[in-house]
Design a protein around this ligand. Structure first.
Ligand code: GDP
Ligand code: MG
Length: 208
């Protein structure tokens, strides 16, 4: 048996309803859904996990999404507790979703109360850049970047969950920044050798 070290990071995804939060976090097939219904029922939220390698660290992102209850104040403390990174999402084609970013940013800081709000890692995603080849967008990249600068240099990515634009880069940045902020909680686990005894039945079990 060998000991491996991995880091668990809790990531919260916030933004108006319909901007593409669920599509972004469910985008890749290597995302594993866990305890979905249980969490949905109890705290109105849902999470998936995503594994990434950042330099020499194995990182597990636990990404929390609202279960269609994006109204302010509707998410409980359990949703925000212990967050390592907050991903804000808006739709580049919907001005209101951009204007609401201030509210989501403030809401997060109020609810999660991070120890150092000035340096807490946020990231902004401007989603649905694919629509109409970009002709229907109403929020320019410049405007979004200015907002990010005013909030303390939040990293910004323009994404499309539909056409797989920038999503992996964005999640890598999320993991990197959350790690760098050194709020990460390390978990240790034992990795058990895969060898299966010949005496063990092969049927009925998980193939992986
Ligand atoms: P949420 O309410 O923020 O979780 O948004 P959803 O992920 O449910 O997405 C809302 C709608 O927008 C769905 O019909 C998605 O298929 C669509 N959608 C999400 N992301 C994109 C995108 O990048 N491009 C396009 N064209 N549609 C998207
Ligand atoms: Mg959703």
């Amino acid at each position: 048996m060998s000991m491996r070290r991995r880091t668990l990071l809790k990531v919260i995804v916030l933004g108006d309803s319909g901007v593409g939060k669920t599509s972004l976090m469910n985008h890749n097939i290597y995302v594993h859904k866990k305890f979905s219904n249980q969490y949905k029922a109890t705290i109105g939220a849902d999470f998936v996990t995503k594994e990434l390698q950042v330099e020499d660290r194995l990182v597990t992102l636990q990404i929390w999404d609202t279960a269609g209850q994006e109204r302010f104040q509707s998410l409980g403390v359990a949703f925000y507790r212990g967050a390592d990174c907050c991903v804000l999402v808006y739709d580049v084609n919907v001005l209101k979703s951009f204007d609401n970013l201030d509210n989501w940013h403030t809401e997060f800081l109020n609810q999660a109360s991070p120890t150092d709000p000035q340096t807490f890692p946020f990231i902004l995603l401007g989603n649905k850049v694919d629509i109409d080849g970009g002709n229907s967008r109403v929020v320019s990249e410049r405007k979004a970047k200015d907002w990010c600068a005013a909030k303390g240099n939040i990293p910004y990515f323009e994404t499309s969950a539909k056409e797989d634009i920038n999503i992996d880069d964005a999640f890598f940045c999320i993991a990197k920044n959350a790690l760098a902020s050194d709020r990460a909680q390390d978990i240790y686990f034992q990795s058990v050798p895969r060898a299966v005894s010949e005496a063990e039945p092969q049927s009925g079990g998980c193939a992986c």
